[in-house]
Ligand binder design. Structure first.
Ligand code: IVH
Length: 672
């Protein structure tokens, strides 16, 4: 390669890698596989070695990666957060072993750990209390996300045992278990919110939220794998001992960790987990191999970016090549249009893949996808496989870029794109068939009205026969039995069964009805909160923006959507009809289970987030013991139960009024 060619390639690779880093660290939405990224990085490293004149101090090869954002305080790490050099090949791992042996001889052990696919975090503890949690950032400084991290139940705010140093830092990986990811992501899709591509992005997006109570709602977990303290070497002689100790202090340490006395044992561990990793409830992307002994670690030392005593072996994400035939555009209940790639069926990670997600128009443009292209399809943590890129060597030059439709593929209405959103929407709520059908299917769903004897197909069939146009029609079906009996596959028994199911749905509580309406961004939790606060539909319909936003954890976006929904006269007419059919459009005061009367006559306000209890649980506890909840702090209040992240104005107000501020533990003591 001539120097001119090398210079050109260095510039191109640098631009490409910077863009991928931005997508990965800032947008938390990578568009390239780790493997391909690492290959490109290695290519750049090689070129820079061969042509040092082109090495830019700002080159992506000189960075550890960076995710510092504007919204959090930037904190300098006491000990820099280094990355690990990584490899995908057995040979390179054996080379690493040879290097280690040359430096420290043959008498040593490795600790093998899973490489968790989450985001790394550094926690500082002082006298057994969590003081600070900082993201990796660029390795030198990161974002202070302490308030959010305090809501993670698996990270102790206070250590329970003794024996830990007065001041230490512990590092680990925050992640989300796959089942929780799937449940919450489905909830987001149902609510018309942006779906996350994989658990790592969900965890990364969560830790960077401004609203800690939303963080508390999303179950994050954290495995700890590294201890730093000034007196570490006096307390422990090796990494393994430190892992056992931190476990006893109350930290979550992964049980799948092994001591290995040879590189062959390490390779056996790698092979075992390549097969078994799919059975774990969380994603791993490789194995981390660390020299165990602290003294030997010191002997080996560090390069500028990573320790010489550790390496990570990364598993290749399963990827295949196949032919991309066409794009289908699916219109969901909220009108959001999702492009899906139709592929030549291909076997990938044990299943036949025919379709892959393309997300939105930007993604299609980024891939520069063309019909007939050979594409790379990958299955990582995602449920739906993803098109990662096009094999340009196999491109037919006579092809043209895909033109994203300007009109709805279902009803031909011009599509719209909201400012700042990547997704196209069909605004024809009342006339677009998949939206009409989707809304009714959502209404009867298990988490909503849960109508027995009626399924998604029933709704489609009835819609096609002109029996259903909107949710209120469901309650008119009982007057159409003569038509129903004439339909294929509907016997009297199934009709009776369905009509009983419809009647029974009238008993569903207000919060379920509210959720069933399918208001964008009003998922189960939000519906529960709105129902509890406003008590009935008339009060909610009349509520002002300020009133809606004053509900705990309800923000601008949800308030806007609720206002928009109730401003629509069709929706209001439908609600009037549902009321007449006898649906529960007001809260029925729940009888409180009586547990005791220690709090009789006392009033309480709960604020903040709690490690052991949800707010609902605390309310039940207070009311069960005869206490009464108040909605705001006033002179009438007896106690303010305060958790983490309580607003400072509440504290000031309570202090001014001389109202005792108590913890959840104080409350337990009062009723014990
Ligand atoms: S040890 C100096 N152990 O991988 C050693 N890292 O490329 C520091 N990671 O930033 C890291 N699982 O986010 C270590 N068991 C494990 C890990 C692990 C995942 C991540 C971590 C780190 C990156 C290194």
């Amino acid at each position: 390669m001539s120097p001119a060619e090398a210079a050109e390639r260095v510039v191109a690779l640098t631009a490409e890698l910077n863009e991928y880093n931005y997508q990965y660290y800032v947008l938390a939405n990578p568009s390239i596989s780790d493997y391909d990224f690492d290959q490109k990085l290695k290519e750049l490293e090689n070129l820079e070695r061969l042509f040092p004149q082109f090495l830019d101090p700002d080159s992506p090869t000189q960075k550890v990666g960076g995710d510092i954002t504007q919204r959090f305080t930037t904190v300098r790490h006491r000990w820099p957060m280094l990355s690990l050099s990584n490899t995908y090949s057995e040979q390179e791992l054996r080379d690493f072993d040879v290097r280690v042996r040359k430096a420290i001889g043959d008498d040593f052990e490795y600790v093998c750990e899973l490489k968790f696919d989450g985001l790394s975090i550094s926690l500082t503890y002082e006298n057994g209390l969590l003081k600070q949690a900082v993201t990796r950032g660029d390795g030198v400084q990161g974002d202070d996300v302490t308030t959010n991290v305090r809501t993670i139940k698996k990270i102790p705010n206070r250590l329970r045992t003794n024996g830990y140093p007065d001041l230490f830092e512990i590092r680990g990986e925050i992640f989300m278990h796959r089942p929780a990811f799937q449940r919450l992501n489905n909830e987001r899709i149902e609510n018309g919110e942006m779906a996350y591509a994989n658990p790592r992005n969900f965890a990364a997006g969560t830790i960077k939220l401004q609203d800690s109570s939303e963080v508390a709602r999303r179950p994050l977990d954290c495995f700890l794998y590294f201890l730093y303290s000034d007196n570490r070497n006096r307390l422990f002689s090796n990494h393994w001992e430190s892992l056992m100790a931190v476990k006893s202090w109350g930290f979550h340490v992964c049980e799948h960790t092994a001591l290995c006395s040879s590189i062959d044992e390490v390779l056996a561990f790698i092979t075992k987990w390549d097969k078994e990793r799919h059975e774990l409830s969380y994603d791993i992307d490789g194995i981390v191999i660390k020299v165990n002994d602290y003294g030997q670690q010191e002997e080996l030392g560090f390069t500028a970016k990573s320790p010489r005593w550790a390496i990570s072996y990364k598993y290749k994400a399963e990827q295949v090549e196949t032919i991309f035939h066409s794009v289908s555009y699916q219109v969901g209940r909220t009108g959001a249009v999702t492009p899906v790639a139709n592929l030549e069926p291909v076997l990938l990670a044990g299943t036949t893949v025919k379709r892959a997600s393309l997300h939105n128009a930007n993604e299609i443009a980024r891939l520069d996808l063309r019909e007939g292209d050979t594409v790379f399809v990958e299955k990582g943590g995602e449920i739906i496989p993803k098109v990662m890129g096009v094999n340009m060597l196999k491109r037919n030059p006579d092809t043209h870029p895909i033109v994203y439709p300007s009109n709805c593929p279902e009803c031909d209405t011009p599509l719209i794109r909201k400012e700042g959103e990547a997704v196209h929407y069909c605004p024809n709520e009342e006339g677009c068939p998949p939206q009409i059908v989707g809304r009714m299917q959502h209404f009867i769903g298990r988490k909503a009205m849960d109508i027995e004897g009626m399924g998604d197909e029933t709704i489609e069939t009835f819609y096609r026969h002109g029996l259903l146009h909107n949710i209120t029609d469901i309650y008119k079906l009982k007057d159409q039995q003569d038509v129903l009996i004439g339909l294929d596959r509907f016997g009297q028994k199934s009709i009776d069964n369905m009509l009983t199911g419809i009647e029974k749905s009238k008993e569903k509580p207000f919060e379920k009805v509210l959720f069933a309406l399918g208001i964008r961004y009003v998922g189960e939790t939000v519906a529960r909160k709105l129902a509890a606060h406003f008590k009935d539909i008339d009060t909610l319909t009349a509520a002002s923006r300020t009133a809606i936003e004053s509900v705990h954890e309800i923000g601008e976006r949800i308030a806007e959507s609720v206002l928009e929904y109730f401003a629509n006269t069709t929706h209001r007419e439908q609600l009037e009809q549902l009321k007449q059919y006898g649906l529960q459009l007001a809260l029925v005061e729940q009888k409180v289970e009586r547990l005791g009367d220690r709090l009789q006559g006392k009033t309480f306000v709960i604020s903040g987030v709690f490690e052991q209890f949800s707010r609902e649980e605390l309310t039940a506890l207070i009311e069960g013991h005869g206490g009464k909840m108040l909605s705001s702090i006033s002179a009438k209040l007896d106690y303010l139960v305060a958790g983490d992240k309580m607003g400072p104005s509440k504290r000031t107000k309570a202090e001014k009024l001389n109202i005792p501020i108590i913890s959840d533990q104080d409350l337990l003591d009062m009723i014990a």
